[in-house]
Design a protein around this ligand. Structure first.
Ligand code: AMP
Ligand code: MG
Length: 305
């Protein structure tokens, strides 16, 4: 997880506000500067947090009645299903990241993530036959998305969607957009380590972000971008001396067992979030083979955990 630090300096005219809100299995932190008084700022933070709550219903695979789960009930059927603009957009972008990462990032891993999540709870490995049958439901190419019509068709029966590798980044960018629409450009939204950054704090060149690494924290000064760290070792099942991560290799159906930590700096938090998960899967060698993404910066290290 990334730690966000910042100076205590406050411009004479702008107030610094900070709020937090638990959602999507993490805690969202909101920092912004404005000329508002505290009750106006609190009201704006509430607008942002209400939006995060509603995004959870659009993106969660935990809630039985969530949009992705209702969509998955129609997997394999003919015809396109109408979905919210938010879901259509995140699915459309996810397909782009899947294509660019050659399938290392794949939101159709849902059947596998459920199986391995259950294993983490039971502390036992799943039966190989169950992994094999879940693996058959995976394949981003079998997801048709028509973003302009907000329409989606899952062509493969049994497909389960899991947006956990991108939803927090998408939500962080969305919250920054809400603040911007309300005239607030100096802002930071931290969705539990998926961070969207706006203009820098007054009198600062950027937001000071500490990225943990094996050799200690590295401080970066950043603005108008997204940064995230994915750790194969951040959530895992430990059995027989092996650590099975919460990140799954969609080619094999198996969780990652290495302890790599990937930090990605990109134009926004959505892109950083998706690539951090993708590069965790493909590893340094796989990433070096791609090497066509000058617009994103990547740091790969052994996890300190
Ligand atoms: P992150 O912490 O952003 O790397 O996301 C990890 C989460 O993304 C997991 O908890 C799963 O919900 C989901 N996920 C796991 N493996 C993949 C994958 N290969 N592609 C996309 N999402 C994944
Ligand atoms: Mg991610």
């Amino acid at each position: 997880m990334l730690l966000c630090l910042q100076s205590g300096i406050t411009a004479w005219s702008q107030n610094r506000f900070e709020y937090s809100h638990p959602q999507m299995g993490t805690v969202f932190r909101l920092v912004f500067y404005s000329f508002q008084d505290s009750s106006e700022a609190r009201a704006l933070a509430k607008t942002v947090f209400d939006r995060i709550d509603s995004l959870n219903a659009h993106f969660s695979d935990w809630l039985p009645e969530s949009e992705p789960n209702l969509l998955c009930q129609k997997a394999g059927e003919k015809g396109c299903q109408k979905v919210s603009a938010e879901l259509a957009d995140i699915l459309h972008q996810s397909k782009g990241f899947a294509r660019q990462s050659r399938g290392a990032f794949d939101i159709s891993v849902g059947a596998l993530t459920r199986l391995w999540r259950r294993s983490r709870n039971l502390k036992e490995l799943p039966e190989p036959e169950r992994v094999a049958s879940a693996l058959k439901t995976v394949g981003w190419r079998k997801i048709d998305v028509y973003p302009r019509m907000s329409c989606v068709r899952l062509r493969r029966e049994g497909t389960r969607l899991d947006l956990g590798g991108i939803a927090q980044g998408w939500a962080a960018d969305d919250c920054l957009g809400i603040l911007r629409n309300n005239g607030i450009t100096i802002a930071l939204v931290d969705a539990g380590g998926d961070i969207a950054l706006g203009d820098p704090p007054p009198d600062m060149d950027g937001w000071q972000i500490d990225v943990p690494s094996a050799s200690g924290n590295t401080r970066m000064v950043l603005k108008n971008c997204g940064i995230t760290t994915s750790g194969a070792a951040s959530r895992y099942l430990e059995l027989g001396g092996k650590r099975y991560s919460h990140i799954i290799d969609p080619r094999t159906g198996q969780p990652l067992v290495h302890r790599t930590q990937v930090t990605v700096l990109a134009e926004n938090a959505t892109t950083a979030d998706a690539w951090a998960t993708a590069i965790s899967v493909m590893g340094e060698k796989g990433w070096n083979r791609l090497k066509r993404k000058p617009e994103i910066k990547v740091w790969i290290s052994e996890s300190p955990l």
